[in-house]
Ligand binder design. Sequence first.
Ligand code: NI
Length: 170
Amino acid sequence: MIRPILTYPDPELKKKSAPVTVISDKIRELANDMAETMYDAPGVGLAAPQIGVHQRVIVIDVAGSDEPPALITAINPVIIHAEGETFEEEGCLSVPKYAANVRRHAKVVVKGLNLDGEEMVWRADGLLAVAFQHEIDHLDGILFVDHISQLKRDLFRRRYRKSLEQEHTD
Ligand code: NI
């Protein structure tokens, strides 16, 4: 089921999510809904708090449109190693029509559980490394705009408010 995606400045996006203790049918349904919602948007990643569920679950698929889907579902993901630096443009389904360059680690190793409760280790670089960092941030109530400079953030807030106002008057 496709669920509505919360958008900035919804306070639900700022809350910290709790670890999943049992991978129940409810969690499996949540993960399925998240994947469906992400593909429908479309986006390359989605975290549970973006649909208002404060559980540590993320879905990512950075496969290109000409490649087969490569869905990653990570439960309680933790970055256990990070190295290098990258500064690429990011967007977010919860911050529509805005993109900014964000400083991130170039490579990460992420530990977590899959939907079968198996311990997984994902070694990621490029877009996948950025996606893991972006989605795990969501679980801690952090948006990519929280990483940009104060000056850019002020500009973002003004423009964003204006675009929201325009949408309401359209
Ligand atoms: Ni996001």
